[in-house]
Design a protein around this ligand. Structure first.
Ligand code: NAP
Length: 308
């Protein structure tokens, strides 16, 4: 196999780390990001980082800036606003408008996006009472009675943030089993203006120009009713961005790419890193580690091929 480019699809922390590690390991890396800027989910993190080693207190966008500065110092090859039309994983061919690239190895770092409820009214009323981030939008909805949907860390974290500025926060969850960490859940339960509505499904977001109510269904009784609300914060997890690879790789039951301990997928010289693989610990640190592992594996395999 010729010593060609390593093409990295996706410019979040995992892809950025992979590009840096390609450089360190003398691999010719090129990163393609479809968004207008690098950063991936860092661009949607509105709280300060607490657990990224050495950089406590940074905002997501500030960490992104440091990553980009690092790429610039090394004059690495990356491109944002890049529309990949298709990818053939077997031949490792990436088609862009007006360009086709054959890669020696591919690193899939396409990340994940926030999951929506997919109910009527949700998309129409986005940013008019439907929000996907209480961390970002809590001041915009201060003083209103609001709802949060979900049962994971994000939902509980949003409830706690909103409870400081809203008179009443109703947490709507489809069961009474919470994925959220116990300490946050206990704090929410002890907060007088947070009210839990378990076993409840959102059927519709109701309102003309602004969210006015949610149409809900009690999953135990089957009863449907309207709950007036000034806003709804949808915090129902994330889903992987795998559309480009549809039908080309096996997915796990939740739709994430399956990798081995070296970030290898089932396709020859195709690796996947970061949130698109459902890491055990979903974090920036994990994504960065994945990027390093994939680049190292590519370098080791190249070395093994050249020494036979
Ligand atoms: P999550 O842990 O996957 O939880 C998603 C929640 O949404 C679950 O309770 C799930 O219910 C519910 N849900 C999923 N689809 C739904 C639907 N269509 N309708 C209604 N409810 C639905 O997601 P997350 O809370 O966004 O957290 C994601 C990751 O980020 C986690 O690893 C979390 O620990 C991490 N996180 C970390 C921090 C931090 O460290 N500061 C903050 C926030 C999040 P079921 O349980 O019934 O499936």
């Amino acid at each position: 196999m010729s010593q060609g480019e390593v093409i990295i699809l996706g410019g979040g922390p995992a892809g950025i780390s992979a590009l840096l590690w390609c450089h360190s390991l003398h691999l010719r890396g090129r990163l393609l990001e479809r968004g207008e800027a690098l950063g991936g989910q860092l661009l949607q993190m509105y709280h300060r980082l607490t657990d990224y080693p050495g950089l406590p207190g940074l905002l997501g966008v500030e960490l992104r800036d440091r990553f980009v500065d690092h790429l610039a110092e090394l004059a690495l090859d990356w491109q944002a606003g890049c529309q990949v039309e298709s990818v053939d994983l077997r031949s490792r061919t990436v088609r862009l408008a007006g360009e086709e690239i054959s890669a020696e190895a591919l690193i899939l770092a396409t990340g994940a996006r926030k999951r929506s409820l997919g109910v009527p009214g949700e998309a129409r009323l986005a940013q008019r009472g439907v929000s996907y981030s209480g961390t970002r939008d809590h001041t915009a909805y201060a003083g209103r009675e609001v709802c949060v949907v979900g049962g994971g860390d994000s939902a509980i974290e949003n409830c706690l943030i909103l409870s400081r500025v809203c008179p009443r926060v109703t947490l709507i969850h489809r069961s009474d089993r919470f994925r959220a960490r116990t300490s946050w859940l206990s704090a929410a339960e002890a907060t007088p203006n947070i009210h839990f509505l378990p076993w409840t499904e959102v059927l519709e977001v109701v309102g003309d120009d602004q969210v006015e109510a949610l149409r809900l269904r009690d999953r135990r009784s089957g009863d449907e009713y309207l709950l007036p609300t000034g806003a709804v914060f949808v915090k129902v997890g994330i889903q992987p961005n795998t559309d480009l690879f549809a039908g080309q790789l096996p997915l796990d039951p939740e739709g994430y790419l399956i990798v081995d301990g070296s970030q290898r997928t089932e396709a020859e010289e195709v690796y996947a890193v970061g949130d698109v693989t459902r890491p055990v610990c979903l974090s920036i640190a994990t994504a960065v580690g994945h990027g390093a592992i994939a680049a190292k594996e590519i370098a080791l395999r190249r070395l093994a091929r050249s020494s036979v």
